[in-house]
Design a protein around this ligand. Structure first.
Ligand SMILES: [Zn+2]
Length: 95
């Protein structure tokens, strides 16, 4: 499968992709979904790990509020994942 699911793919495909991922997350930069279990970590610090996002090629880390004002990923709960909403073409409308 591909390394990430870009924003706008059909919801059923996104749901299938998420089901196959070990640790799915949503990129808060471009709204793609990718498997953080497959990224290549480039640096590890005591409070976070750093990698380059496969979707938009940005250097990101896994800090969340309140340790950063600008979290770059949002964990997706596989058990309860469902696309937020569908547009008229059946594509996901992500925030
Ligand atoms: Zn991205």
């Amino acid at each position: 499968m591909t390394e990430f699911v870009p924003r706008g793919v059909p919801a059923t495909l996104a749901a299938e992709a998420v089901a196959e991922m070990v640790s799915p997350v949503r990129c808060l930069i471009c709204s793609a979904i990718y498997d953080v279990g497959k990224v290549t970590v480039t640096a590890r610090y005591t409070d976070c790990s750093v990698w380059v996002s496969p979707c938009c090629n940005q250097q990101v880390d896994d800090r969340q509020h309140p340790w950063t004002a600008t979290p770059r990923i949002e964990t997706i709960d596989k058990a309860s994942f469902s696309p937020y909403a569908l547009d008229v073409f059946g594509r996901m409308e992500w925030s």
